[in-house]
Ligand binder design. Sequence first.
Ligand code: XIL
Length: 368
Amino acid sequence: MVLKKDKTVSSIVVSLVLGLTPGAFAQGIPSLKDTFQKDFGIGTALNPAQFEERDPKTTEFIVRQFNMATPENVMKSALLHPTWDTYTFEMADKLVEFGRKHNLKINGHTLIWHSQLPGFIRGIRSADSIRTFFTDHIKTVAGRYRGKVFSWDVVNEALNEDGTMRKTVFLQHLGEDYVTEAFRLAQEASPNTELYYNDYNNEKPAKRAGCLALIKKIQEAKVRIDGVGIQGHWHVGKVPLKDIEESILQYAALGLKVMITELDIEVLPRNFQGADVSQRMANNAESNPYPDGLPDAVQQQLAADYEALFKLFLKHKDKVTRVTFWGVNDGNSWLNNWPIRGRTNYPLLFDRNNQPKPAFYKVIALKQ
Ligand code: XIL
């Protein structure tokens, strides 16, 4: 009781400091999904511990903050399709059930990607076998979740930084049209699901140009593509707002929905930008500078970056349909383990105890 009172008093104090009406805190902390309800969907990446509901408080928190969810890993081909002719749908089914039960739309991630592929792909030498895998995988997975997922990232990360096609096993054996073909197959298997192309750094001019060309190619083949995902793995103090805005405009000009699909803001030292999961960095004495907490100056910069980003998303809310965070809170972000294992990172809006950070309040305040 005393605790509750204290919480109410401190909420009111925070409200007054931020110039918010204390009513916004009536039920504890404000909700992102409710705050942006009229603007765009608010998503999060989920892992098995979360969608298996191992902790009821976590479930309650997720359901209050988010209205869309992306599986962080369980719908990747390595996990769904372990051998030539076996599929393991158990975890993906659980995620879909979690979404149904709690009213979160599921964004399927991802049908065709060169990373996190099943091990047996390495042994394949012939184009025919790759084509068989490619076709069966899309038909089986998209078919199973037909009517059950809201969207698919049909193809993930098909481009190099200079905008040319990445030399993946699919490009090598199937040729440049494999992306269009993937969308055609996904459309056949799951006609009412939104279909997206997803990548990182595709807000940068050269890669954006490649991405626009890829989209036009799909459209010219009269194959449906509904949207483009900009992953949004950015760096504190260096968020490329101009490039992001220009990209939103140019992708939308092709008639596509634009989504920020994997948002997080790196605050630790990194000698490259982007999110190539195969890229790693060596550990050294400076790699993990904030094991005991984020310095205030960085916290404030992070808050300013998130504020500027959401201001931009709101400006283009007629084009931006969803903003998905890559993780629920700082404790479960992949950036604690990539590109260096075992760091203490702070890239999201909620801390390790699901408490809102200054960045959260800045984002919420944009709507007050
Ligand atoms: C990451 C997951 O978060 C990690 O758990 C996994 O080990 C590697 O993949 N781009 C994507 C995501 O499209 O699927 C990646 O997710 C992050 C980069």
